[in-house]
Design a protein around this ligand. Structure first.
Ligand code: FMN
Length: 208
């Protein structure tokens, strides 16, 4: 039986409409095969659970995402390290949505790694404005000079920033979310609150 591809054949340069206060969750096995997704994942991706369970997670990979970002992700996960990444994802109709993803390691009772969980939330537009040109450069390097050249550029870029990719992503998200929050608060004449770095930070540090 021939398998029908679920991926759209063309992309549309339009953000999918979604409730940006919600958290998009999926769980995979060790190879990135989708085992679980929450209702918000269904709503935003425009796929239903039946279609996506058992499929590889790259089904929602957007062609604007450079390969090196995922290589960095998998290198960390395979070492058993939790990780954050800013990702542009592709919906069923070819639209897109940007998220910051908190990747965590799932273990069994013996402490063995059994899979991974990704919890995603929306990012402020200012984060997209900063990360988009970097991803475009990496993608162009990949296309013209190859993946190794893109990896070397990415390493050198992060060295110049003095951060790992994970730190770079978390700092960028925090700074821009804080700016956005302070903007909203100064408009309502409230005192600014500092966003905390923790799971609490990830889920309740709402910038909206
Ligand atoms: C828990 C988990 C969640 C993931 N979520 C996404 C995602 O939202 N979007 C995405 O493009 N890749 C995601 N990935 C990475 C994919 O498995 C894959 O590496 C990526 O899409 C690049 O595709 P490729 O490895 O075929 O180049 C996730 C992986 C894991 C383990």
């Amino acid at each position: 039986m021939t398998k029908i591809s679920l991926r759209p054949t063309t992309t549309i340069n339009e953000e999918v409409k979604w409730n940006k206060k919600k958290i998009i969750i999926s769980k995979t096995d060790l190879h990135g095969t989708i085992l679980y997704m929450n209702d918000t994942f269904e709503e935003v991706s425009e796929y239903n659970k039946i279609e996506l369970i058992g499929e590889p997670h790259n089904i929602i990979r957007h062609p604007d995402m450079p390969k090196v970002a995922f290589k960095t992700l998998w290198d960390a996960l395979k070492k058993g390290k939790n990780f954050h990444a800013i990702v542009k994802n592709l919906t069923r109709t070819g639209r897109y949505y940007w998220v910051i993803t908190d990747f965590t390691i799932d273990k069994n009772d013996k402490g063995e790694i059994t899979g991974y969980t990704g919890r995603r939330k929306a990012v402020p537009d200012s984060v997209v404005k900063k990360i988009e040109p970097l991803y475009k450069t990496l993608l162009d390097i990949e296309t013209i000079k190859g993946e190794k050249a893109s990896e070397l550029y990415f390493d050198a870029y992060l060295k110049e920033e003095g951060k790992t990719y994970d730190e770079f992503v978390v700092d960028l998200f925090e700074q821009e979310s804080l700016k956005e929050k302070n903007n909203i608060q100064s408009k309502t004449e409230e005192q600014p609150n500092k966003i905390k770095k923790s799971l609490n930070w990830f889920f309740f540090g709402d910038f909206l």
